[in-house]
Design a protein around this ligand. Sequence first.
Ligand code: COA
Ligand code: ZN
Length: 299
Amino acid sequence: MDKVIINDVAPRDGLQNDPVALSPAERVALIDGLLDAGLPSVEVASFVSPKAVPKMAGAADVVEALDLDRADFHALVPNRKGYELACASGIRSVGVVLSGTETMNRENINMSLDRATSVCAEVLQQARADGLGARAYVSVAFECPFEGVVPDETIERLAAVMFDAGADEVIVADTIGAGNPLRAKALFGRMVAAFGATRLAAHLHDTRALALANAWQALECGIRRFDSSAGGVGGCPFAPGAAGNLATEDLVSLLHQAGMHTGIDLAALLNVVSDLGQRLGRSIGGRTVPWLRRNLAAA
Ligand code: COA
Ligand code: ZN
């Protein structure tokens, strides 16, 4: 059976911009719930400036509370300082974030595109030398909230630099959810032709209700690794208009209906989503939740 690896980013991308701050202990409870539901991979934290992203404070406390043998855990690092803090926490895989435009890099990490490219490359090289997993987000694929359309060739070029620096995976990130199935087919097809499907992942946002349609295009292109977020929470604080991530339950529901295997127990995942909604003080969840609840209750 076709196997798809889902990396849940709710504890990081999901919570970094939420109005409600969850304590490290609450974030650990969320991560444990995701693992109990069968998630094989979770982005658990970001080692960023607490002034820039207060909701991610306590990243080391989160990592230190985890049983690191239980799953693949990743942390986002924007610079060398973040890398060093991440290393000290014991995490075994880091991800750098390189945006496709000048302005987005400046808004997000206060670096020019050139500087961001070289800092990301250095961190990846260091991670490889230290034996850590090294991943790279190439962000604002499709469109930048400040500069508009981002050419596919830019995303391919930046991904090539990240692979050359030692990235074992490049995550093509539609940070503001501006992709559509036609563009997704073109970009993912191009990336797979250039780098092979096994080294690529897709990170999609559902701003225009097209994340699932775009995910399908990535699947058709051969991609089998996805980021998504339990309950669909999330969005980048520095990208105006960024709405929720593709909800993990919507993606899993699609994959299971298509006969693909994820190892994820949807009933357990829905409990995690309800729990997270309670902690955030509002109702959350992907579009498939009402149907899933009826369906699972009847099963
Ligand atoms: N973790 C924690 N603190 C950090 C840090 C990191 N990775 N990098 C820098 N800092 C601290 C510095 O020590 C310094 O602290 P001080 O004011 O107490 O002396 C302060 O932050 C400023 O450092 P500087 O290197 O000048 O950073 P900056 O102001 O240019 O900001 C980033 C650059 C990358 C640190 C900041 O923009 C950031 O954290 N961005 C995160 C973006 C993000 O998470 N986006 C969403 C995910 S894509
Ligand atoms: Zn995102």
